[in-house]
Design a protein around this ligand. Sequence first.
Ligand code: NAD
Length: 256
Amino acid sequence: MLDLKGKVGLVFGVANHRSIAWSVAQTLLNAGAELALSVLDERAQKKAQALFQHESQGMVEQCDISQIDQLKALIHKIKQRWGRIDFIVHSIAFADIQALKNPISTCSREAYLQAMDISAFSLLSIVNESRELLSEQASIVTLSYLGAEIAIPSYGLMGPVKAALEAEVRYLAAELGSLGMRANVVSAGPLKTLAASAIPGFKQHLKEVGTSNPRGRGIEHQEVANVVCFLCSSMSSGINGEVIHVDAGQHAVRAF
Ligand code: NAD
């Protein structure tokens, strides 16, 4: 059993009960962690509040990650309440829906930079702003997809964005490793969520992956959450700079 009693985590990306971050937060809370949940807007804030049974378990704060002042304010609140962060879960992505639909070669600079900013640069800016609060063996985990490694036509613009995110994690692992900290990626198979529904042809993709992967069915939110939470815990202390696929073996056969 995962035991995270006494640990403080900062989790980004709960939009609703289908969010990967929702399952992650639920699992972390069950393991005894206290959490700061960072959400985009008021709607998500109301939903995320339902994850807590008692206010001693943590707090929910709004933060648009593209607004540095909002990130600074969030970190300040964590500093006041706990004075430290033991792990960070970055489960955020955004790209303009039309840019996702269009061929990647036609992507505008504006759409490209926005997707990179919110989905990839945000990890660096979170680490930078929370640096003084990161505890000695802090663990950082982010979410990616196989489209970072191979071209999956329907994934379009998000492929290069996730490739950048995965590279960032390797460099963070190198930078923070000597301080005893770690950074890792969970590359998840397709799951029905708000973000995924913006990917063109996602429903069909989900169906195909479900039947073509070695297990003969897709994955579940909880299977991804379990690995994210393992990476947050000291049970994974030897793992750093890694991309762990939680896709029921899809990356190994790559047929879909
Ligand atoms: P989701 O829509 O539930 O989560 C995406 C989150 O990003 C939302 O909470 C949204 O509010 C947040 N976000 C977007 N713009 C933001 C901004 N400016 N500031 C702050 N937050 C912002 O979908 P999800 O599938 O749970 O996505 C979580 C992560 O998992 C993403 O990085 C996604 O790429 C990744 N992922 C998803 C799948 C999948 O099939 N669902 C597969 C592999 C990886």
